[in-house]
Design a protein around this ligand. Structure first.
Ligand SMILES: [Zn+2]
Length: 314
């Protein structure tokens, strides 16, 4: 028997891709409970490996390669560890566009990093570039930084600026994502204890948990309407990424100060940067392709708050 598994049988469904996979922008579905049946939440993909996939660099002007593979899952890196639990799947749906990034981007092979050493190891595998932008020293993957520089130049020619919102607008470490998480969780606990929805004892117990355990507990409470986003009316995952899941850990995300300007958004789009996390308006993700190629990566367009977001079509 020949080594048949080396043969990739790909059906090139160009006609279907051109005609069938596109749907008009749809409104976001309501936020459902994260772990409906209350099974223990078990973040998969946390086995300590720090594998990284560098997707083949594809010319932003050619989509021949991408049309060979249809659907979001088919466009994930070959060794990607699919989440097997509800929370992992939810996080992949909400934050997963980054995993099909092209244009020289290296992407993680798992949805959730467990701790700082895992993130540091991953970040150590890639080619990065650091630049002073808007008064901040920012680090991104080199390909993402190149594209951002082009966008900034293009904006400048039109009398516009593209600048970061702050010092943490690009690369983040795991511990920085823990800090952001706590900045939402701690005030929310005070609020819900004040409202009589939680006891002080329960709140203190939650604060004492490891971050990884705390994420599960917080998402469980949100199923009961005890929300942890900054405005306390929706899930925390639409406010900050649970530690270990942020696209900023992949060095492929950039928070833009001028996100309200449609011309700025358009220039970023032209340079491979797109909004991929619905309701996180300043947050852009480097996907490294032209907008017309995004459907072939298994992403779908949704509009929310007058903005266009490209999210996994799953
Ligand atoms: Zn961001």
């Amino acid at each position: 028997m020949m080594a048949m598994h080396y043969l990739r049988l790909s059906i090139v469904a160009v006609a279907a891709a051109a005609a069938g996979c596109w749907t008009s922008p749809t409104a976001r579905s309501p936020e459902g409970p994260i772990n409906r049946d209350n099974r223990p939440i078990n973040f998969s993909n946390t086995n300590g490996t720090n594998a990284v996939s560098t997707n083949r660099t594809s010319s932003a002007n050619s989509n021949t390669e991408m049309l060979e593979k249809k659907g979001f899952t088919a466009n994930l890196p070959a060794d990607f560890e699919q989440p097997t639990d509800d929370v992992g799947r939810k996080l992949l749906r909400e934050y997963g566009s980054v995993f099909v990034a092209r244009g020289g981007a290296a992407v993680p092979l798992k949805v959730v990093f467990r701790d700082e050493p895992e993130v540091a190891a991953f970040q150590g595998t890639m080619r990065t570039s650091t630049a002073s932008i808007g008064g901040f020293q920012l680090t991104l993957q080199a390909a993402a930084m190149d594209a951002l520089r082009s966008a900034i130049e293009q904006a400048k020619a039109k009398g516009l600026t593209i600048s970061p919102r702050g010092a943490d607008s690009a690369k983040r470490t795991y511990n920085e994502t823990v800090g952001l998480w706590k900045s939402r969780v701690d005030p929310a606990l005070v609020h819900w204890v004040g409202k009589g929805r939680m006891t002080k004892v329960d709140a203190d117990r939650l604060k004492g948990l490891s971050t990884f355990e705390q994420v599960k507990e917080v998402l469980r409470l949100e199923e009961q309407g005890i929300y942890f986003a900054k405005d306390l009316s929706k899930s925390i995952i639409y406010s900050v990424a649970p530690p270990g899941t942020s696209q900023h850990l992949s060095l492929l995300a950039f928070d833009v100060k001028e996100f309200d300007n449609p011309q700025v958004r358009s220039i970023l789009n032209e340079n491979g940067w797109f909004q991929t996390v619905a309701s996180d308006l300043p947050h852009f993700t480097y996907l490294g392709v032209k907008e017309a190629e995004l459907p072939a990566l298994g992403l779908k367009k949704i509009t929310d708050s007058g903005r266009t977001f490209w999210v996994p079509d799953v």
